[in-house]
Write a protein that binds this ligand. Structure first.
Ligand SMILES: [Zn+2]
Length: 725
């Protein structure tokens, strides 16, 4: 397959990983030589076709780290040979012998890369990491060999420019356009010297991305806060204490408590700990990941990445890396993305001023003579939430059991998509925590795909939550169903007890499941335009939209049931949740937007040498960043942006998509059946979820909504004033 599909795959770890973290499409290698296999040794299990039920399943139970390097090398060689055959075909170029042939190629690499991506994002052990570091530049070099194959590009160009193109199906025409555009964007038209330089740059970047990700992972694993005594636990709810005790066991510190350096551990601690000194300590540890001036410091890596990206953009004929990245998005230009962000920034900051004033008042009432600092924000916000809305997150949490909510999202998928989820145990998994469900059509029983769920945090797993596609739906030659996964980092509770999660975490579950539904709904012919392989600033739209089903009474009454009594969540509590729905939106929007704006400015800065710390400080000062808030992802730990190209100059995508999301949610609100209106749901499936990248997203949206999206719904959703037109 070509770079395109390749990047789809490896990028699916990324792209799809859309969410909180991005895993880089990385790869690795072993430090040891690939030992020649003894004569009787079994063949490398990664290289064979996937066998078994459901159209074949990944052989996760047979994978050993030493398989990756030889499997990737063999699969790349096989793919290059396939591409060479296509490029040298004596027959005149046609869609079938060029584009469709490319779609058929690279299947082995698809499979190996897919499993490699799983290890990279969830099983990144000490023995895997050197393999990843060695293979990353080799995979980059491989991609360049394909996009720089001049004979191949001439054939693609000929198909794209042929008058015969108008006889192709719309999907085939779009696929031809996509190949042509991707090859041009990857440098197919630059001169030989520039091609050689590009290839060097891509290999260097691949290695830097891998190092960046591994450095963050190291700081998340090696640094933690130890709580020594009962006094250190002041304010922490029981579930948090239990998680911290289990984490301490894992660090061989029995009888103590450990707060890990990951978002899922730090944010609850900052919310509940009464110990301001410990909050500050935990906060500093977390926001300084990758920024400690030690062996895992990422600042020099960022400078190099930015310099290489700027040089590459120039070689390709673009003003900056941001201009290159945004060409193939809905926004099209950095200016349009910035325009949206700048429209939302002032009302968000104004809201922060109000939030801080409320918190300062609570602190004053308590007699705390403090100025609200970033390590105080979550703590006092929680107190304001209780005082203003009579809403206690711990009270809500009693009704949010992980397993019940999972049933809830299955139920929603049944109502909207007619999907049925059935647990299966005859499928190998890569870790005992992972469980698998078969997805079928509720009416016909037709097999749709498989859904893997990997819910818990563990060492070597990237923090955050994301979706990944192990295999894309397609049917242009044979009918292939999809395999998708959702990944999260819940802290495992005591054995046998239901795991209770926060409202935010429940929202994230619905979000990631939205990505999974996007993949599962795919109904296209060609793998490169399948499922979630859509524009970066569009891919968060289906996922963010699904978040809106959590607060529906239909879900809450059935699935938000008390973990002890089984009673559904009381209506009065639901009402209070609803009233507080835009609470703390100033904080949420500002911590996100500051990251998105810094990302864009870094990539518009061109080829000046950038000192990341200084740039970040200055950019935030110019923006008027409230001193009480820090960027959600500070530059030295910004995995979305520096562990791969995927979200670089692209973190704005969540806001862009949310304009569509909020507007689409109102389409349901306005319908007679509300969020379960069957007509609107049908349009959603037909125009958005099932079409992959076979239609332009702006057209797809228009087909769903009957008009272009408007920003007003976004402002209403966040509780900000709607601009006057
Ligand atoms: Zn997402």
């Amino acid at each position: 397959m070509t770079l395109m599909r390749n990047s789809l795959i490896l990028a699916s770890a990324i792209a799809i990983a859309a969410c909180t973290t991005t895993k880089t499409d990385v790869n690795m290698t072993t430090a040891t030589e690939p030992t020649p296999a003894p004569a009787a040794a079994p063949a490398n299990p990664l290289l064979g076709p996937w066998t078994g039920n459901y159209g074949g399943i990944p052989p996760f139970d047979q994978v050993k780290v030493e398989h990756f390097k030889p499997a990737l090398e063999a699969a790349m060689a096989e793919n290059l040979a396939e591409v060479d055959t296509i490029a040298k075909d004596p027959a005149p170029p046609t869609f079938e012998n060029t584009i469709a042939a490319l779609e058929k190629s690279g299947r082995t690499l698809d499979r190996v890369g897919s499993i490699f991506g799983v290890w990279s994002s969830t099983m990144s052990t000490d023995d895997f990491q050197p393999v990843e570091l060695e293979m990353a530049p080799k995979l980059a070099e491989f991609s360049d060999k394909i996009t720089q194959n001049e004979a191949l590009f001439r054939r693609i160009e000929a198909v794209y420019n042929s008058p015969e193109k108008s006889k192709l199906t719309p999907e085939q025409q779009r696929l031809a356009w996509l190949y042509y555009t991707n090859f041009v964007r990857a440098g197919s038209r630059v001169d030989t010297a520039a091609k050689a330089r590009m290839s060097t740059i891509n290999q260097q970047l691949a290695e830097l991305y891998t190092k960046f990700g591994q450095n963050v992972l190291a700081d998340e694993k090696d640094r933690y806060v130890v709580l020594e005594s009962e006094a250190d636990l002041a304010g922490l709810p029981q579930s948090l204490r239990a998680g911290a005790a289990a984490a301490a066991e894992g660090k061989s510190l029995p009888g103590k408590w450990v707060i890990s350096n990951t978002r899922s551990a730090i944010e609850p601690f900052l919310t509940y700990s009464d110990r301001r000194d410990l909050r500050e300590k935990a906060w500093r540890m977390f926001v300084n990941r990758g920024d400690n001036g030690d062996a895992h410091d990422n600042n020099a890596i960022i400078t190099d990445i930015l310099r290489l990206r700027a040089e590459r953009a120039k070689l390709l004929g673009y003003a900056t890396h941001a201009h290159w990245r945004l060409e193939n998005t809905m926004a099209k230009t950095p200016e349009r993305a910035l325009e949206l962000m700048e429209a939302v920034w002032p009302p968000a900051v104004a809201r922060v001023r109000e939030e801080v004033a409320d918190m300062q008042a609570v602190a004053g009432k308590e007699g705390a003579k403090i100025k609200i600092e970033p390590w105080d924000y979550r703590y006092y916000a929680e107190k304001v939430r209780k005082a203003k809305y009579d809403l206690d997150q711990n009270e809500v949490k009693q009704y949010l059991q992980l397993d019940k909510l999972r049933e809830g999202i299955f139920w929603v998928a049944g109502e909207l998509f007619n999907f049925k989820f059935t647990p299966v145990t005859n499928v190998p998994v890569y870790h005992p925590d992972v469980r698998v469900w078969e997805v079928t059509d509720r009416t016909t029983g037709r097999h749709i795909g498989l859904w893997y769920f990997d819910p818990y945090a563990r060492a070597g797993k990237q923090s955050g939550a994301w979706m990944n596609a192990y295999r894309n739906q397609q049917r242009f030659d044979t009918d292939i169903t999809t395999i998708v996964s959702n990944n999260a980092n819940f802290v495992k509770g005591a054995p046998g007890e239901p795991l209770l999660i926060s409202w935010d975490d429940a929202t994230t579950m619905f979000h990631e499941f939205g990505h999974a539904l996007h993949g599962l709904s795919s109904n296209v012919n060609y793998p490169s335009v399948s499922g979630t392989a859509v524009f970066r600033d569009y891919v968060e739209f289906p996922s963010q939209l699904l978040e809106h089903w959590l607060p529906t009474p239909e879900v809450l009454q059935r699935f938000a049931v008390h973990y002890k009594t089984g009673e559904p969540i009381p209506q009065s509590l639901v009402d209070r949740i609803k009233r507080a729905s835009t609470f703390n939106e100033g904080f949420r929007t500002v911590e996100y937007l500051s990251s998105a704006i810094v990302d864009m400015r870094l990539h518009l800065a061109g080829d000046q040498k950038i000192d990341p710390d200084a740039f970040e400080r200055q950019a935030l000062a110019e923006l008027g960043m409230p001193s009480e808030i820090v960027m959600r992802h500070r530059t030295p730990q910004f995995l979305h942006v520096f562990a791969g190209d995927g979200y670089s100059a692209g973190y704005y995508s969540y806001l862009w998509s949310d304009v569509l999301t909020a507007d689409a949610a109102e389409a349901f609100q306005e319908a007679p059946g509300g969020f379960y209106d069957s007509e609107v749901a049908k349009k959603l499936r037909q125009s958005i979820f099932s079409v992959g990248n076979t239609v332009d997203p702006a057209e797809g949206y228009r087909a769903f909504r009957g008009r272009d999206p408007k920003i007003d719904a976004l402002m209403r959703k966040r509780g900000f004033p709607v601009p006057t037109h």
